[in-house]
Design a protein around this ligand. Structure first.
Ligand SMILES: C[S@@+](CC[C@H](N)C(=O)[O-])C[C@H]1O[C@@H](n2cnc3c(N)ncnc32)[C@H](O)[C@@H]1O
Length: 254
């Protein structure tokens, strides 16, 4: 099948299969400073204490966040469309803590029961979904009433191509209000991914409206960013954070 006849979801999954070894390497060697020094802490702060909670890690990748939440006492189910990453997650030794399991599936058709989770976390997933509405509907279905959805994603207002390399351009309204797709390879700590990935961005009102229509109430919106101290002390952050790169949403299932 050529690229034109594949669905976007199939193409995304194939590209992630091609990137599996790369992704496992950069995550397990702690090479992505955006995560290790910024977004991981922001996600864990948003989640708070999770002992005893049943958590779905949607788009779990090689599973590091699932393992962290399990080590904090949660029961975690990690789901990802990429078989290579699920195999990597399953083969990593589980530490002490709550039970953790990994399954291959798309987040727009979750193989789990209605109202069976206290928390769904999407760590760097949303920008990989061309249209997150079906996934958000699934998260609403599988969450218990009062359950929370935590989404860490690229900032829809400010993220532009090559922002991690210091590029920062404003997004004109003509592009901002339509669906934007940015095709690029990951470049993390000097290592480039074998396959290009498309990052999809929508206007802010798309995310709020999609959550509202699925039965969520937004409880908080945060913009994880380096501290004054990080910016002052480290040129890496001054160059690598030219604009607001991340958005974190916390929503509650009504
Ligand atoms: C940037 S990675 C993030 C992985 C992990 N959450 C992390 O932070 O390391 C995006 C992940 O989303 C997964 N993904 C993309 N589209 C998906 C879909 N429709 N259903 C499930 N997983 C998907 C990819 O396979 C990939 O593992």
């Amino acid at each position: 099948m050529d690229e034109a006849t594949r669905t976007v979801a199939e193409l995304t999954r194939e590209r992630w299969e091609a990137n599996t070894d790369y992704w496992v390497k950069i995550i397990r060697e702690g090479r992505d400073r955006y995560r290790t020094e910024l977004t991981d802490r922001a996600v864990l702060d948003a989640i708070g204490p999770c002992a005893g909670l049943r958590v779905l890690d949607a788009g779990c990748g090689e599973g590091y966040l699932s393992r962290t939440l399990a080590s904090m006492g949660a029961e975690v189910v990690g789901i990802d469309a990429c078989q290579g990453l699920i195999d990597a997650a399953r083969s990593h030794p589980a530490g002490p803590g709550g039970p953790v399991s990994f399954h291959r599936a798309g987040v727009d058709a979750l193989p789990v029961e209605d109202a069976s989770f206290d928390l769904v976390v999407c760590n760097h997933l949303f920008s990989h979904l061309q249209d997150p509405a079906d996934a958000v509907g699934e998260f609403a279905r599988v969450l218990k009433s009062g359950g929370r959805l935590v989404v860490l994603t690229l900032h829809p207002c400010f993220y532009t191509a090559d922002a991690e390399q210091g590029a920062s351009t404003s997004v004109p309204a003509s592009r901002y209000f339509s669906r934007r797709g940015i095709d690029q390879r990951f470049l993390v700590d000097g290592l480039e991914s074998p396959s290009e990935i498309t990052s999809w961005l929508r206007p802010l009102e798309y995310y709020s409206g999609t959550l509202r229509d699925a039965g969520f109430v937004i409880a908080d919106l945060r913009e994880p960013h380096p501290s004054e101290e990080q910016l002052r002390a480290d040129p890496w952050w001054r160059q690598g954070f030219p604009t607001a790169l991340f958005m974190l949403l916390i929503a509650e299932r009504r």
